[in-house]
Design a binder for this molecule. Sequence first.
Ligand code: ZN
Length: 218
Amino acid sequence: MPAIRFTDGNPLPVANIFCIGRNFAAHAAELNNPLEPEPLVFIKPTSAILQEGQAIVLPAWSTDIHHECELVLAIGKGGNDISADAALDHVAGYGLGLDLTARDLQTQAKQKGLPWALSKGFPGSACLSQFLPASKLVAPSASQFSLKVNGVQRQQGDCQLMLHTLPHIIAYLSSRFGLQSGDLVFTGTPAGVAALHSGDVLELSLNEGQLVARFSVA
Ligand code: ZN
């Protein structure tokens, strides 16, 4: 079973991987997608996990693998019907991730009304940094994160601009699926998604260097 690693060295086995789509208005607009009144949820298999230090291998069956840099929550204490007020108490840690997306397949799937599993769930499509223990992040809902590709800033996220806040996402997922220890939540990507190419070097940063992760594309 894959596990995430905390910056203090502790591992946590991963249970489910939940992802939220269209959580930043500017990103929804760049793909001509409508905004969702409730969180748009999809799921990745745990076989999609790629840890820092492993190279990203672009699948041969797609010509348009996009990076989506996102804040990722690691659930420590599970529950059903968690209240928004108590939601952040259920988070064990905060990390950064790439929700890699085969945009060509996803566009076809959207046109046909088919699920996104193939375009979002391939091996390596859930890239993960190490995780900061929750106690290290003073104001999670005010976090900022960014992605540089080959040294050039491509994406910048501000959690205060999320359409569905971190507590709301946790409350919603717990009421619809139940949450358990080891669940991960990709919380949505800001604008600036674009295709990856062989040789690209990606640098993800949380709160201007409080947590940094690097990935390279084989
Ligand atoms: Zn995403």
